[in-house]
Structures are given as C-alpha cells and as structure tokens.
Design a protein around this ligand. Sequence first.
Ligand SMILES: Nc1ncnc2c1ncn2[C@@H]1O[C@H](COP(=O)(O)OP(=O)(O)OP(=O)(O)O)[C@@H](O)[C@H]1O
Ligand SMILES: [Mg+2]
Length: 254
Amino acid sequence: MARRRQLYEGKAKVLFEGPEPGTLVQYFKDDATAGNGVKNGIITGKGVLNNRISEYLMLKLHDLNIPTHFIKRLNMREQLIREAEIIPLEVVIRNIAAGSIAKRLGIEEGTRLPRTIIEYYYKNDSLGDPMVSDEHISAFNWATPQELDDMNGMALRINDFLMGVFSSVGITLVDFKLEFGRLWEGDEMRIILADEISPDNCRLWDSKTNEKMDKDRFRRDMGKVEEAYQEVARRLGILTESNNGDHQGPEAVQ
Ligand SMILES: Nc1ncnc2c1ncn2[C@@H]1O[C@H](COP(=O)(O)OP(=O)(O)OP(=O)(O)O)[C@@H](O)[C@H]1O
Ligand SMILES: [Mg+2]
C-alpha cells in the first residue's frame, strides 16, 4: 500500500493527506515542547490520551451545534479531520490568572479574574507567538472583525461548556488555547474549531487540591506528567483499565 503523504510535522502532531479531498489525518505524537521549543521531551502515552480527549470534547461540542473540524477517530493516535484554512491566531480564554498573565500583570497565580478574558497571540514560532490586539488582527488582515466576533462568540460558548464538563468531574478550568480555521463550502465560508482540546492546551487544576493536571507539570518539571493526563481521561470516563494500552497500527473505528 502506498504510504500516504505527510503534509506537516508540528511539535505535537503530524498532518497527513486524508482519504478524501478536503480531509486530513491528524496523528498525535508523545512529543512535548515548552517555552517555544526551548524545552523538549516525551510524555509517554500523551498522544493516545490527547486523541481520545479531543475526540470526546469535540463530539460534545458538535452536539451543541459548535462546528469543529473533527470527523472521526481512526485509531489510537489518529483522527480524520476537515482541512481548514487556519487563522494564524492562538485564542486564549482565561478564567483564573496563571502563566503569562500572572507574570505580566503581577497577579498571583490562582486569582479568579473579574470576568473571562480573551487574548490573541499571533501564531509565529520565530517571533515567539507575540500577543496582539484586535487592531493588529484586522489591520494585518489575519481575520476580519466579523470573523473575530464569530471566534469570540464560539470561544465563550466553548468555555461555558468546558467549565461545566470539567467541574462535574472535580476539575477547574483555569484557561485554554483554541485555534480556528475557515471552511469553504462552495462560495460559503464558516469558521470552525480546529486543532485539539487536551491537557496540552488547557490548564486544569484539581478542584479540591488545586493540583495541576496539565502540561504545566512538564513545563515546570513537577513530575507525574503521564499520570496527570491519564487522570483527566479517567475522570472524563474515557480511560478504562482495558483500553489504556498503546497499540500500533490501525484499529477498527468505533
Ligand atoms: N483542521 C485543520 N486544518 C489544517 N490545519 C490544521 C487543522 N487543525 C490543526 N491544524 C494545524 O496543524 C498543526 C498541528 O500540529 P502541532 O500542534 O504539532 O503544531 P505546532 O508545532 O503546535 O505548531 P503551530 O505553531 O503551527 O501550532 C498546527 O499547525 C495547526 O494549526
Ligand atoms: Mg499546536
């Protein structure tokens, strides 16, 4: 069988050409980076867990009529997605101060923000993904004001949904990062949620102990990184004792 064409290899995922035009296969690696590639490592089993967690959350978003790129999971590490024209922004939604906002504004980590705050970062590794405002976004044509409005609306709905899902399993959603893309259907274009939702791009704290259950454990060398990702999956009801193995090769689609 001919090897399918690899289109892009990122830090956490590989994109392959999909079986139909307009589709891609997203392969989830165990590789982890932090500080824009300064810190590199492997979180064993992360790819398998992120594939499942992102599938679970995107299917639920679909049920809420929030359009996403997700089509179906193909096997332990791969999912079939709709190819989108990625808008070069990282949209960050913050409920509680942590990470860069805590440092930049001198707010103690863990402080609840007066309200949910949305930030935008320009996706550009060589510039270190700098923070930008809606003025930059429209002036440089990265997205139109209408598109930005659509993204904000979706981001807030996704936040409400995720806060509920996580709080029901004893997890506080501190903040998270989303990527959106344009999907063309004939002359019609709509904005869809792309990339992934996983402990790689969410800050998740145990509601009782405030223990971190996300990539900050890797960023800050806190140990028990694999265990934290597994615990998130387990609480969501995704991981059972029998299916936490990492099998090679394609598996039956459920
Ligand atoms: N539906 C989609 N269509 C096209 N590209 C997508 C889609 N969903 C995600 N992508 C892109 O696929 C890549 C996923 O790889 P990965 O997350 O490893 O990248 P990365 O190293 O984080 O780099 P980047 O800064 O580009 O996100 C990202 O560039 C992301 O923007
Ligand atoms: Mg990425």
